[in-house]
Design a protein around this ligand. Structure first.
Ligand SMILES: [Mn+2]
Length: 289
């Protein structure tokens, strides 16, 4: 039986609410008790010091560096993996590692209510979980843009946002000036999540050698996924998202999955954990198709 290769990012200090750091341990415990798949955890990286905002830079750099080494190694071994946060600053490590492992452009589907495209200069909160896209494009502190190598890890045309509905003008200006692909929530609701994802896949299929999915739980509607610190109303509904993502997982160019911002303390009746574990189930099953 093919094993599920996982790595944890136990760090929430990139956010105002640090408790997403507990996400990986809750997910690991649930999997241990409830499923029979062989699962290998390739480390849990992150510190629990009190450092916040830009003072957390060194700790986030260290955790992202460790995370990047794992995703790079697994990608080089042609293994699919899951990186599990933690807050969305994880993405700097996850995708720096994946990009360093593949020979050619990496694509990224960014499922999120937010753009996460601030630099320290434009950020209102100075929270690093609002900066990963800028960092991956090569904009931001060298500690975070030079993980694995000093080059930008992604090109704007290979990033596809889906479901964005909460952002500051500075990051929208940045994203637009860079030419990142953007499907705001209105577009998703007009065309349907499945059609949007099909369109994105077709594009990534033609323009990249591999691509990943960064799944921020807050992309979903809070009625489905209340267990996140930064809930935003009018999100995508899980019932519509689940079948389309399940189908995405069978795509041969998919290199890895990242799940971030799950905050166990804020969950209601285990609803969010149920979605996260259902997502993992689809992912694992896709290996056997
Ligand atoms: Mn995010």
């Amino acid at each position: 039986m093919v094993q599920l290769d996982m790595v944890g990012y136990t760090l929430g200090m990139g956010s105002t609410d640090v408790r997403s750091a507990q996400g990986p341990s809750h997910i690991a415990k649930w999997l241990e008790l409830n499923c029979a798949w062989p699962i290998v955890w390739h480390g849990m990286f992150g510190d629990t010091t009190a450092a916040r905002q830009m003072q957390a830079l060194g700790d986030i750099q260290d955790a992202c560096q460790s995370l990047a080494q794992v995703t790079q190694q697994l990608t080089l071994s042609q293994k699919r993996w899951v990186a599990c946060g933690g807050d969305h600053s994880a993405a700097i490590g996850t995708w720096s590692g994946a990009a360093s492992a593949i020979d050619g452009p990496l694509g990224l589907i960014w499922f999120d209510a937010h753009l996460d495209a601030h630099t320290p200069e434009t950020s209102h909160t100075k929270n690093i979980h609002g900066m990963p896209i800028a960092c991956l494009l090569g904009h931001g502190p060298a500690e975070l843009t030079a993980i694995q190598n000093p080059h930008p890890k992604l090109k704007p045309e290979h990033i596809h946002y889906i479901g964005v509905r909460d952002y500051e003008a500075e990051e929208m200006d940045f994203v637009r000036s860079q030419g990142v692909n953007l499907y705001p929530i209105e577009a998703v609701q007009t065309h349907g999540f499945s059609n949007v994802l099909t369109q994105v896949c077709r594009d990534l299929q033609n323009t990249t050698v591999g691509f990943g999915l960064s799944f921020d739980v807050d992309g979903l509607d809070p009625s489905d996924a209340p267990g996140v610190a930064t809930t935003v109303d009018n999100g995508m509904r899980w019932a519509e998202v689940a079948p389309a993502i399940n189908q995405l997982f069978s795509h041969p160019k998919l290199v890895g999955l990242e799940i971030v911002e799950y905050n166990p303390d804020l969950d209601v009746d285990g609803k969010t954990l149920a979605i996260v574990t259902e997502l993992l189930g689809y992912y694992w099953q896709s290996y056997h198709m």
